[in-house]
Design a protein around this ligand. Sequence first.
Ligand code: NAD
Length: 453
Amino acid sequence: MNDLTRRDFARTAGLATALGYSRILGANDRIGLGYIGLGNRGDQVHDAFLEHGDCQTVAVCDLRDDYMDFAVKKSRATPQKYKEYKQLLENKDVDAVVIATPDHWHALMFIDACNAGKDVYVEKPLSLTVVEGRKMVETADRTRRVTQVGTNRRSWKTYKEAAEFVRAGGIGHVTVARCFHIHNEWPNGLGPGADSPAPSDWEWDQWLGPAPKVPYNSNREYYNFRWFYNYSGGQLTNFGVHYIDVIRWCLGQDSPRSVTAIGGKYAGIHDNREIPDTLEVLWEFGGPTLVVFEQYNANAAPPNAKNSEMELRGTKGTLYISYENWEVVPEKVAGADEGYDLGKGYGNPLNRAGGELVSKSLKTDIEPKTVQGPHNYDTTSHARNFLDCIKSRGKCNADVLTGHLSTVPSLIGNIAHKTGSHLTWDGEVERFTNNPQANEFLQYEYRAPYKLG
Ligand SMILES: NC(=O)c1ccc[n+]([C@@H]2O[C@H](COP(=O)([O-])OP(=O)(O)OC[C@H]3O[C@@H](n4cnc5c(N)ncnc54)[C@H](O)[C@@H]3O)[C@@H](O)[C@H]2O)c1
């Protein structure tokens, strides 16, 4: 046992007994991982962890046998299979869990895992509601768990450099940050999606968990749950959380102070979706900076000339960020002792010939810059960071508090849209200050017998 793990043992031994089993890892131990949810994302994250030799898959849990069998086949070990995640949490070989179920399950599984003494990697968005997210932060704190939220851009070296560059004033004062999810789902979207009896081998009730009981509908499950508010929040809580996370990082800001949203089902897409196909959400952050998320799901044209995921407009330059690269395009600015000729030349009919909006002395005082990114949706570095922190008991790049603060703006954006209002937000107490009705959306009533915490 090295010094760090000895110290950690002393600190956590009593706690481990109180909370359930928590194995003290030596430097050369392999970390036993249990996976809950092995669909689209669970499989990707499993692959990312399999890149690292110091962990092994000791348990898998999903409602689908074929998904579990697929995961077992690619594991280096012979993991136990479970359909009920609480049984997986009782497995003493599981040091940490990886949760990649739909959003409405994240809070319960995360809290139960912490209380069982497991470290937790949980996919983004952290939670379905603000109250759930705060409870997750408190539980991880109380149980001293190492946590990582699946906002994997936090572990990309180039994004870290971009955030440091902006925070050091690289593009001046950022007045506007915009991010986009663009996709054309018109005309048929998810398809008609009629209610029907659930397939005989499908645990529909268990899939619904704490969400309201509704008849089975194939449009609600798998990837498409994102289009229904009882399980998720549309692309705003899907891609939006990744983008808001990066923008918050660049701005060095925790919480917005207000939010508003407008949009709807404008395109007449022929399916039973609940989320808008067209949506614009605006937040005001301290700084001050206006942050905008644009969800255009009935038109797939590139959002801007650079086809970036995000753009940050500073007084001295614009930073375009995509997963392929980030690029700085300098602005031309007036010298210290010179201003624009506004109102004298341009716009003055007597001086039309000489009047221009720009002063002759405008110059660029920052350099253009392009930095290549990872070229794929790399998750291996995020997985690596989690494993390292399990051993060191350090804080992960996207610990639960970071994930919570990056999820909240999207959640309150959907509340602004549902209530059709401009809401002021107190990030300290996590309440709206100008609309009591909006505060009712910060949590929902779980279906019995489920309880939060
Ligand atoms: N970080 C990223 O880039 C990224 C990418 C995609 C998805 N995600 C997130 O991953 C999560 C899952 O999304 P997905 O696209 O993989 O969905 P999915 O529907 O493909 O997979 C979810 C899996 O969870 C299983 N499941 C549901 N309820 C369960 C329960 N009670 N017990 C055990 N298993 C259960 C389902 O059977 C399914 O296999 C979402 O929160 C999503 O936002 C993150």
